[in-house]
Design a protein around this ligand. Structure first.
Ligand code: ADP
Ligand code: GLC
Length: 488
């Protein structure tokens, strides 16, 4: 099958979170199953710098671009996968993140940037760039690609479209004047189109027009049809539930595996689990924490935003540090209030808490390898990759029962332990008390090394590789194509 995979980010070229990991791995897994796959992302300055050899293969005249848009072709670094970069310097050649300026605010021209990107994708998908390749399926991801299905709906013939929700909390909503400014066809407006309460919603475009919708875990696929998680789109998602399915993310074990991870000082696995201690020592050293092998070391890596339950962690830390001889390492960047709270705590407990505010790939790997326990008390979590990485690194996750966390972590009870299913600790209520109770339960097992090791190694044995998920996507692609062929 010919699949065009469309994303706002892809590891190792550009990444702000799990979407980057998925977009750098799923297309590769699809290609490995003998499909013809192309990955397309914007040619951000930083991505272009990492892309290696690329060559211009086409030039497109597109509305909204002051000059012809160049299509650059290369390969995803480390893979054979063909990569297209949409190069419009006035939109993408700048310092800063893919969606945000260096000051942390969203780029003011995001609607223009991702409309231009969508228009280029339509040309590529329909083989109007003269590249001799037309997509049969266009796989879009998150709001940045939301205009691709509506724009493709105007084409005939057209490829099938799939829209994957990685996070419904980010929707790309702009005012009606923006819609007018973008010069989008009026037929796309309206309650069945990209309109959302009088505004333009990029994500709604994807959800309303894609032939099929997926999200990144079965539990989140159910949650988003409720008002609590649906952000006002629950009605539309319920209406489309016959064409909506949850497919759990996989893990790229080439990148995330303690047996060969280049970012960690000591490789280890189940039989050499004791070597994990070297990484713990290195982590303590890196953060200037006392070298105490017996201190339970809690790690957290993530975007510091409300979604991730950072407030719960901040509230619980003083209690955790009073009750146990624990150490904590926190790595992340995000909203100012969260960064501030964590800084205060670090100042209060300088020899117990290590903190890095920023984005550092290597450090994320070191935390996974060096910590004993990984904290992920998310208020919602479409899939979550860090807890799955933690399982592979023998770093026992403590998670809230939501979304993909609920689908990957099995709570420790005497029963699930006896059945050899338990691989972490799970709590329900989004409260500091509930998180603390889960920590208390973990702290009952932690001092029993044989027992703890058994629990940690059970997680390491699990296999979340992309192969199975890729097969599920292929089945959905077939169904989406059927929708197009049968006209409904
Ligand atoms: P989300 O996509 O919601 O951010 P995931 O758990 O799916 O959450 O994926 C997060 C990814 O981003 C992981 O690969 C994680 O290691 C990485 N990450 C998040 N914050 C940082 C950071 N500050 N430094 C390095 N990597 C980070
Ligand atoms: C989003 C979600 C996260 C998911 C990731 C990749 O950023 O917040 O739960 O794992 O996308 O699908």
């Amino acid at each position: 099958m010919k699949v065009l995979f469309v994303s706002g980010e892809a590891h190792p070229l550009v990444k702000t979170g799990g979407l980057g990991d998925v977009s750098g791995a799923l297309p590769v897994a699809l290609e490995a199953q003998r499909n013809s796959v192309r990955l397309v992302i914007p040619a951000y300055r930083s991505a272009l710098a990492k892309a290696g050899d690329v060559k211009e293969v086409a030039r497109l005249d597109l509305p909204g671009a002051p000059a012809p848009v160049r299509i650059l072709e290369g390969r995803l670094p480390g893979h054979k996968l063909p990569l297209w970069l949409v190069d419009s310097p006035s939109h993408f050649d700048r310092d800063g993140g893919p969606y945000q300026a260096p000051d942390g605010g969203d780029w003011g021209d995001n609607p223009e940037r991702f409309t231009l990107f969508a228009r280029a994708v339509v040309e590529l998908a329909c083989d109007r760039a003269g590249l001799g390749w037309a997509a049969e399926v266009v796989h879009c991801n998150d709001w940045q690609t939301g205009l691709v299905p509506p724009l493709l709906s105007l084409e005939s013939p057209r490829p099938a479209t799939l829209f994957t929700i990685h996070n419904l909390a980010y929707q790309g909503v702009f005012d009606r004047a923006t819609f007018d400014r973008l010069g989008l066809p009026e037929t796309l407006w309206g309650s069945h189109g990209v309109e959302y309460w009088g505004n333009l919603s990029f994500i709604k475009g994807g959800l309303a027009y894609a032939d099929w919708i997926t999200t990144v875990s079965p539990t989140y696929a159910k949650e988003i049809r409720t008002p609590e998680f649906g952000y006002g789109l629950e009605g539309l998602l319920s209406h489309r539930s016959d064409n909506l399915v949850g497919i759990l993310n996989g893990v790229d074990y080439q990148v995330w595996d303690p047996r060969h991870d280049p970012h960690i000082p000591q490789h280890y696995f189940i039989k050499s689990f004791r070597f994990k201690d070297h990484n713990k020592r290195a982590l303590q050293e890196r953060f200037g924490l006392p070298q105490r092998p017996d201190a339970p070391l809690f790690g957290l890596v993530g975007r510091l935003v409300e979604q991730k339950g950072i407030d719960l962690v901040a509230e619980v830390l003083p209690r955790l540090l009073a009750a146990y001889p624990a150490q904590v390492v926190l790595v992340g960047t995000g909203e100012k209030w969260a960064e501030g709270r964590l800084r205060e705590l670090r100042e209060q407990y300088p020899d117990r808490i290590g903190l890095f505010i920023g984005y550092d790939e290597g450090m994320a790997h070191l935390v996974e390898a060096g910590a004993d326990i990984f904290l992920m008390p998310s208020r919602f979590e479409p899939c979550g990759l860090n807890q799955i990485y933690s399982l592979r690194y023998g770093t026992v996750p403590i998670v809230r029962h939501t979304g993909g966390l609920a689908d990957t972590v099995i709570d420790y009870t005497p029963h699930t332990d006896h059945n050899r299913q338990a691989n972490g600790f799970v709590f329900d209520e989004a409260s500091p008390q509930a998180l603390f109770s889960a920590i208390e339960r973990a702290m009952e097992i932690y001092p029993k090394p044989i027992h703890w090791r058994r629990l940690a190694c059970r997680g390491m044995e699990l296999d979340f590789s992309w192969e199975i998920s890729a097969q599920q996507y292929l089945r959905v692609y077939q169904r989406a194509r059927k929708v197009v062929l049968t006209g409904g």
